[in-house]
Unconditional design. Structure first.
Length: 137
């Protein structure tokens, strides 16, 4: 359990951080555009689709209607999904766990259709296709 002095130090750190970094002052789900809109203390609006966020990608619109801002203002919480979005991470392009983000990037790369990729696939096919995996001895 945290001691009183640890709590006080954490509170002071949080106050300092809020004085220098933008934090959420409002958040809502725009049902018409299917986007989450977060207004920051700096005046900036952050708008993103729920499918971009690991814990929100399969959410139904009714589950996104209720959004809470964390006491620090650095996160938003979706009670119906028990999901949280850390705003500093979102602003730096972190939309989920490393594993999930890597899978998303791989999926996009694998679905790319370029002339170079088509030529490489044809050349590989002429050589007999993908090489067989050899069992370790």
């Amino acid at each position: 359990m945290a001691k009183r002095d640890e709590f006080d130090r954490a509170r002071v750190r949080g106050q300092r951080r809020r004085a220098h970094e933008p934090y959420a002052i409002s958040a809502r789900f725009d049902r018409r555009q299917q986007r989450i809109v977060v207004e920051l203390s700096s005046g900036l609006q952050v708008v993103f689709g729920p499918q971009m966020i690991e814990d929100l990608q399969d959410a139904k619109p009714r589950d996104l209607q209720e959004i809470e801002i964390t006491p620090s203002g650095f996160g938003i919480h979706f009670p119906r999904l028990d999901a949280d979005v850390y705003l500093p991470g979102l602003l730096t392009g972190q939309f989920g766990s490393r594993q999930w983000m890597a899978a998303q990037l791989g999926q996009r790369g694998g679905s790319a259709r370029t002339a170079a990729k088509a030529a490489a696939a044809r050349a590989n096919g002429k050589l007999g296709g993908r090489p067989r995996k050899h069992e370790a001895a």
